[in-house]
Write a protein that binds this ligand. Structure first.
Ligand SMILES: NC(=O)c1ccc[n+]([C@@H]2O[C@H](COP(=O)([O-])OP(=O)(O)OC[C@H]3O[C@@H](n4cnc5c(N)ncnc54)[C@H](OP(=O)(O)O)[C@@H]3O)[C@@H](O)[C@H]2O)c1
Length: 327
């Protein structure tokens, strides 16, 4: 089968597309024929050797796919050859076939296409866990979302609105904000000039946001610590800016605010039942037409460099997928 391989850490141009042996399902696993694979920011870090979890070399990147089960290993129940699934193998998704453990398989609704299936799990489960369990976001509270046009940011805007919050979507350009505006956030902030704090205060009667969803870190995080409301929760999602910031204890004291860590992978391991409940709630929201996942760019498998560079060049608006097999 064909697979995209990382043989040396570096830019997307270092990746190669090669023939490798197809995987075989072990106990409680299935082999999924991949139709579409989604890319996420961490994939770009992983191929550069900059992510906190690095697989041994060589490896095939790609943590989530949409496809059809080709074979099942011994002991796997509830799934059969031919099932249409979304799958989270964790690694190995940018290939024609990938092996997936039982807990990474979910059947998809008939009307969900494979590219939507590929881009669903990571962004929605992260943002739902962050807003529901970590922030305990309440109707009427003000939610500020940074990086609002990106994968997890867009999902946070959509879920925030569904949960009844007043959502302020913030991004670095008017083009990105115009894109996010289709989800009808209550207000928009362009922080492309580096200024965030005063703009948030102006929109919140000087009080600041109740919940801040921050996948960016760096200087914007520093400003978030100063435009958060009394009892506010600052959600630490990631550091796409490249700098891990520090939280000033005096600001927490003065504002009664908290910095709250969000780590989906650990949540999934520590609280598998809550994770699954969240997932089923999200699928049900999709089936009811409440969630509208937006895949904006789908590249042919051969154009993997261009697909990765959407992330490395900070151009993401919505989800980006690779098309591995035509539907
Ligand atoms: N904690 C968890 O469990 C968890 C789970 C999933 C993902 N994450 C993390 O969440 C972050 C976002 O992931 P994603 O897949 O949603 O990424 P994405 O689609 O690329 O979106 C990231 C956003 O970050 C902003 N950004 C600011 N500075 C940037 C820079 N120098 N380069 C690139 N983007 C920059 C961009 O918006 P602007 O240009 O508008 O600023 C962009 O929309 C990553 O750090 C990822 O590791 C964490």
């Amino acid at each position: 089968m064909r697979a995209i391989l990382c043989k040396s850490h570096g830019p997307p141009e270092n990746l190669v597309l090669e023939e490798i042996p197809a995987p075989i399902a072990a106990d409680n696993e299935a082999v999924v024929e991949v139709y579409a694979a989604s890319l996420n920011f961490p994939d770009g870090l992983q191929i550069q050797g900059k992510y906190q979890f690095q697989p041994p070399m060589p490896f095939t990147p790609g943590s989530e796919v949409g496809g059809v089960i080709k074979s099942v290993g011994a002991g796997l129940t509830g799934f059969a050859e031919g099932d249409r699934v979304m799958a989270t193998p964790g690694i190995g998704g940018l290939a024609e076939k990938v092996v997936v453990k039982a807990d990474g398989l979910r059947k998809i609704p008939d009307r969900m296409d494979f590219r939507t299936a590929a881009g669903f799990a990571m962004i929605y489960t992260t943002s739902y866990y962050a807003l529901k369990q970590r922030a305990n976001l309440q109707p009427g509270e003000t939610l500020l979302v940074l990086g609002a046009s990106g994968g997890v940011g867009l999902a946070a805007v959509e879920l925030g609105k569904l949960m009844g919050a007043r959502v302020i979507a913030a991004a670095s350009s008017d083009e990105k904000l115009k894109f996010v505006n289709r989800l009808q956030p209550d207000a928009l902030i362009n922080y492309g000039d580096g200024e965030l704090k005063e703009k948030v205060k102006a929109l919140t009667n000087d009080r600041g946001a109740d919940v801040i969803y921050d996948p960016v870190g760096g200087d914007l995080f520093d400003q978030c610590c100063r435009c958060i409301n009394w009892n506010g929760r600052l959600l630490v999602i990631g550091f796409t800016s490249g700098r891990i910031p520090e939280y000033k204890a005096n600001l927490a004291l003065l504002k009664g605010s908290s910095m709250v860590g969000v780590f989906l992978g650990r949540f999934r391991k520590e609280e598998p039942q809550q994770y699954e409940k969240n997932f089923q709630e999200l699928l049900s929201m999709y089936e009811q037409g409440k969630l509208r996942p937006i895949v904006t760019e789908s590249f042919p498998m051969e154009d993997f460099v261009a697909a990765f560079n959407v992330f490395t060049e900070r151009r993401v608006m919505g989800k980006v997928t690779l098309e591995i097999k035509a539907e």
